[in-house]
Design a protein around this ligand. Sequence first.
Ligand SMILES: Nc1nc2c(ncn2[C@@H]2O[C@H](COP(=O)(O)OP(=O)(O)OP(=O)(O)O)[C@@H](O)[C@H]2O)c(=O)[nH]1
Ligand SMILES: [Mg+2]
Length: 582
Amino acid sequence: MSTVIASSIPTFNNSSPIELLNESIQILDDSTVPVKNEKEKLKELLTRFNEGKLHLAVLGQFKRGKSTFLNCLIGKKILPSSVVPLTAIPTFLIYSEQPFLRIIFENENKQPEIVKTNIDSIETLIENYVTEEKNPENKLGISFVEVHLPSELLKQGIVLIDTPGIGSTFTHNTETTLNFLPQCDAAFFVVSPDPPITEVEVDFLKEVSKKVPRIFFILNKIDYLSSKEELDKIYEFFKKMLSEKLKIENAEIYLLSAKLALEGDEDNSRINELRKALQEFIYKEKDKTLQKAIIIKSINLLNEVLLEINLTIRSLTLPLEELEEKINLFEQKVDEIKEEIIIAQDVLKGDQKRLLEKLDEKSDELEKTSIQHFFNRIKDDFENSEKILENEIPIYFEKEFGNFTRYFNKLVSETLKKHQIRADKLISSIREASAKIFDIPYKAPESVGVFELKQKPYWVKSKWYTPLLESIFDTIKAAILPAPLKRKMKEKKIKEHISQIISNNIANIHWSILQSINDSFRSFSSALNERLEETIEATKGAINIAIKKRKEQTTKVEDEVKKLKKDAETLEQIIKNLSEFS
Ligand SMILES: Nc1nc2c(ncn2[C@@H]2O[C@H](COP(=O)(O)OP(=O)(O)OP(=O)(O)O)[C@@H](O)[C@H]2O)c(=O)[nH]1
Ligand SMILES: [Mg+2]
């Protein structure tokens, strides 16, 4: 006959992740182990979870109909749409009973602007802030705009986000959207048959699929297609592209005519199928998508807390002599790891230097090709050279600035990712060493966060071109010289001018990227040191407190150990239950 012993450890069988997180915070609140950091982080996660708003963004190439599509989801023309590239600023649609706008600026010291409005005036009002036409090259320095408005769809806990279209000549719009990706929890990716899908879109989609866990595809503007055969053909083509180029199988693709939907043609627009899918997603998947990220982060934190609790227990129970021995061993190990970190920091500095050399090399190359390009451009149409330069130089450098940023962004994230993996291993090895020395089970956390180039974006934009002073040409014109000589003088002046402008522009691009690279490496390096110190402190702190307790109040040690053991068991159970939700 077996004896069933009733356990005093709760099993939380029916607890929700929020209850589990609350429970663990309570344990940490009452704990004598120094876990303040972890507790704060857990509280932040819980708040985010409680607010529970999923960021659902609409992404795609310019002019695919993203803004129009959002208007038809909301059922009202809220976002401006046009035949020219338009949306320039990410625009968040958030539920509120009373409509108002909140404008958030890039300069964090500038207070957000609140603009009260009524629902019918929203479109004309936000035009002033989010469109390329009214806010060219984001001269207002806006980071994003929130449109708070009453809507049944938004009320269900989603925030819909309109993003600037990628791939237009306004490369800063592409940059804005690429930087924005990590904030998306899920996305609608909009394509259309005019043309079906471009290389730019394929590249963009590769980025999106790396950063956004859930994507719906929308084949918009189906009213362009005159027959079912055409529709099937384009659908199959798109599906094949997703499978061959992006290895996305079984993609969810919805057909749509946002235009017809706005006109109220429910049947031909096929909007209802999409609405249904969205409702189903909100109903079945929304919370899960958000939950997953929160749970993984919480489990990592709780595993660290467990290690500290177990360390304290060991420090309270081991014979003092043995404990001293182990502490010495641990200190030695920490010193070894610190040495390795110094070496890693040196390698990091070397990589930073190599990237800066690459920047010099690329800038020199660009200077040469740009001068050649513009000399050639004016050669055959000399009389119009000023017009040509004025028109083409800003576009040319706008594009090159975008290319440079993308190129170095990729190099920086690849380089720092490599370092991050190494740093994670080293930091983890501190915890692993303590676990091993003190004979405690330990599970290393999963890596979080990818480092990217810090953007110092658009300050160079307005200065791409400064015209030559009229008076220089007037002087040449007025001079008593034969015509061919005058032309030669003018040509010389213009060429000098081109070289000067190109050199200034390249210096600006170079400076901007250089600052970004240095900032990225600096913040990586200080984050690494901070994490290292934190980890060592947490581990040592747990041991030191235990030793102090032993020396001061030997009689209570037994009770303390009992309580800690119970906490550890409860946390283990919470981790187990949480992982069932992830
Ligand atoms: N025929 C047709 N035209 C559409 C449809 N959806 C949008 N359009 C038109 O396409 C043009 C671009 O629409 P927008 O909604 O501004 O496109 P967008 O993707 O937001 O563009 P950007 O903000 O520049 O990236 C507008 O002229 C819309 O009227 C559609 O389903 N059918
Ligand atoms: Mg738009």
